[in-house]
Design a protein around this ligand. Structure first.
Ligand code: KG4
Ligand code: ZN
Length: 342
């Protein structure tokens, strides 16, 4: 139940969504406002950092005001403010962090910095009536991150592996751009993939040289580009309308991404005797990935869980939710709290 002492305002601005939310006791969502900048970045096929930070600056006062209004609370009703502190685009992070600091300072409220990736994982756990059996392997897969963690409880995360180069979501965005599809690329590529054959083109699957669980997507992106150029690396890239097998490319690319995410996750689960798998972040909304993970979970006796789609992509509910636990544990950030890209 929402009481004055358990209301947390969350603020998120690490990438291209300006978001604010009020959450009670780390679980009960009173409001969630997400102002997406997707249309501003669409023409570039990816997030332009300078445009992102300027846009955060313009929209943050309104987004925070709406979150408070929709929750029916004022700043003085809050137990504290939680803000994304890392990782992300530094100019974008600074907007949310500075705004949160100013509010906290003006109203004498405790402030905590939240790790964006840990918050994505927390978002997945927020909706569960019961905890997943420990240990859990968490796969966080978004536009900026592709990483595996071992979890024991919602706040204990040990890193296992992280992508060597690009994130899976970024690969979706770049391939969408090559195919002339809308940004963000994940939803548009997966929609076109429904019309294609996932086995039409055998795009490469990544395996780490040392045999450890690991991720890499830059080779796959290049393979798609060279395929579109008819196998000639130096040939010009065709216009999207001139690509005869667009749906097959989308389906075959998506199948390669799913394999590249599935194999290391299952390997880590096996090595660490995990009992459950959690998939979080924007790419967790992908239906093909969800289906493949569920099927693998059934085969290997693992409890596989995903957040509902609204909590897969960036939001401030996850920041307020996880921030509540830090505040409840007595953690407070000082005024020297700074943003960090990593
Ligand atoms: O977590 P998120 O909202 O922001 C970051 O922290 O990056 O993730 C955004 C990423 C984008 O790259 C987008 O293309 C991808 O998630 N995405 C998807 C889907 N929905 C969003 N990727 C594949 N399939 C989807 N359905
Ligand atoms: Zn994210």
């Amino acid at each position: 139940m929402a009481t004055r002492s358990n209301l947390v305002l969350g603020i998120e601005s690490s990438c291209d969504d300006t978001a604010a939310a009020v959450v009670a006791g780390g679980r009960e969502v009173l409001s969630s406002v997400v102002d997406s900048q997707a249309a501003l970045h669409a023409g570039w096929g990816g997030v332009v950092p300078e445009i992102a930070s300027r846009s955060h600056l313009e929209s943050i006062p309104n987004v925070v005001a709406r979150a408070l209004e929709e929750a029916g609370v004022g700043l003085d009703d809050l137990a504290g403010i939680a803000v994304t502190q890392r990782p992300g685009l530094i100019g974008s992070l600074l907007v949310g962090l500075s705004y949160a600091k100013a509010l906290a300072f003006a109203r004498d409220l405790p402030l905590v910095g939240v790790h964006h990736i840990e918050a994505h994982v927390y978002a997945a756990t927020m909706e569960w009536p019961t905890q997943a059996p420990d240990p859990t392997i968490a796969l966080v897969v978004s536009g900026g991150h592709t990483a595996l963690y071992e979890m024991r409880g919602p706040r204990s995360m040990t890193p296992i592996a992280s992508t060597l180069d690009d994130a899976a979501g970024e690969a979706f965005d770049k391939v969408a751009f090559l195919l002339g599809l809308a940004y963000p690329g994940g939803p548009s590529v997966s929609k076109l993939a429904l019309e294609g054959d996932p086995k039409a083109i055998r795009f490469p699957r990544y395996r780490a040289k040392d045999g450890r669980p690991g991720f890499s997507f830059s080779g796959l992106k290049t393979a798609v580009l060279y395929h579109l150029r008819g196998g000639d690396a130096l040939a010009p890239t065709p216009a999207p309308e001139a690509i005869p097998d667009r749906a097959d490319v989308a389906a075959s690319f998506q199948a390669a991404v799913v394999d590249n995410l599935l194999r290391p996750t299952l390997q880590a689960a096996q090595e660490r005797s995990a009992r459950s798998i959690l998939v979080a972040g924007g790419v967790a909304a992908n239906r093909a990935l969800r289906a493949a993970m569920q099927a693998a979970g059934e085969t290997h006796g693992l409890d596989v869980r995903f957040p509902s789609p609204a909590y897969c992509t960036d939001n401030a509910v996850m920041i307020a939710g996880l921030g509540w636990h830090s505040l409840a544990a007595g953690e407070h950030a000082g005024w020297s709290l700074d943003a960090s890209p990593r």
